[in-house]
Design a protein around this ligand. Structure first.
Ligand SMILES: Cc1ncc(COP(=O)(O)O)c(C=O)c1O
Length: 301
């Protein structure tokens, strides 16, 4: 990845290589940082964020769930995002921001300081592969989803991603792109860094909120489906439901929708007709050719 450009750190733009924390910081050594990632898109008259309001709301919810306090308000962070995206002249790309305890904390587990904030803007590249809609393969991970009574799994906290890392590693070791995590209750939760949808008999289905991250793309797909009259359910589902699905896809900020062409040893159409319709709908929205969803975008510069 190209490491250049400016990073917003606690009120100032600093060179990329200066945007660091001590190894002994709480955020790094305890993995307690929280973060958000969202897309930037080139519109007809400027560069826009995709649902920054939703992402900043989720950042605040992550802090609340972990009983932490961020040193900046959502309004201040939104202004900082605008400043950073414009300073880096990024068009299509992603904003990745962290709220973290950046000070050294060797023994202390509970700090009473407010969280620092750092905002990175990363332009699209071959490595990022934004808007890549290539079909993927998926399996059920040997690892279970973190139980929501052990840590708040709806918080986008760095420490929670060991669970996702292991699922992705297990999938890769078995020749799959992504691994789906099943909860200890035997119901499907989500992928490592993606929400999961299936289509059965013309109905779009996804696991209910609670034991999963509240994906902004997930929410957007459900809202878009409603606008086009596609029936949806948010309910419990099992590995058996995936095996019997007509279509499966994952959603997330990077690629929006990734159709699954192989699930375990089953080959499925990818994209199937419903996935294709939703992919075209989302592509139209992010190309600004569908003005029914204009309020999903905030102008950055
Ligand atoms: C665990 C997990 N689930 C789902 C998602 C998808 O969320 P979003 O659509 O907000 O990117 C992510 C994104 O990183 C994630 O980490």
């Amino acid at each position: 990845m190209e490491k250049k450009g400016k990073v917003w750190m606690n009120g100032a733009l600093v060179p990329w290589e200066k945007a660091t924390v001590p190894l002994l910081s709480h955020g790094f050594s305890r993995g307690s940082a929280i973060f958000e990632v969202f897309g930037t898109h080139k519109g007809p008259d400027g560069v826009y964020a995709f649902r920054m309001d939703e992402h900043l709301k989720r950042l605040a919810q992550s802090a609340r769930a972990l009983e932490m306090e961020i040193a900046y308000s959502a309004e201040e962070i939104a202004l900082a995002v605008r400043e950073t995206v414009e300073a880096n002249e990024v068009e299509r790309g992603i904003v990745k921001m962290f709220a973290y305890w950046g000070e050294e904390a060797v023994i202390n587990l509970v700090l009473d300081a407010k969280l620092d904030v750092a905002i990175f803007v990363i332009p699209d590249s071959e490595e990022l592969g934004l808007d890549d809609s290539e079909p993927i393969s998926a399996c059920i991970s040997k690892w279970r989803k973190l139980h929501p009574e052990t840590v708040p799994v709806a918080a986008k906290a760095c420490a929670n991603y060991l669970n996702g890392y292991l699922a992705r590693k297990d999938a890769a070791d078995r020749g799959f792109d992504v691994g789906f995590l099943i909860g200890t209750d035997d119901f499907l939760a989500e992928g490592s860094i993606e929400s999961v949808f299936l289509v059965k008999d013309g109905v779009l289905k996804t696991p209910a909120l609670g034991p999963i991250l509240s994906g902004v793309t997930r929410k957007s797909i459900l809202q878009a489906a409603e606008v086009i009259g596609l029936p949806t359910t948010e309910d419990r589902m099992t590995a058996q439901d995936l095996l019997a699905a007509d279509e499966i896809f994952t959603t997330g900020t990077g690629n929006m929708i990734s159709p699954v062409a192989r699930f375990e040893d089953i080959t499925i159409p990818a994209p199937g007709p419903v996935s294709k319709q939703l992919m075209e709908l989302m592509a139209g929205i992010t190309r600004f050719s569908d003005d029914r969803f204009n309020d999903w975008f905030q102008r950055l510069y």
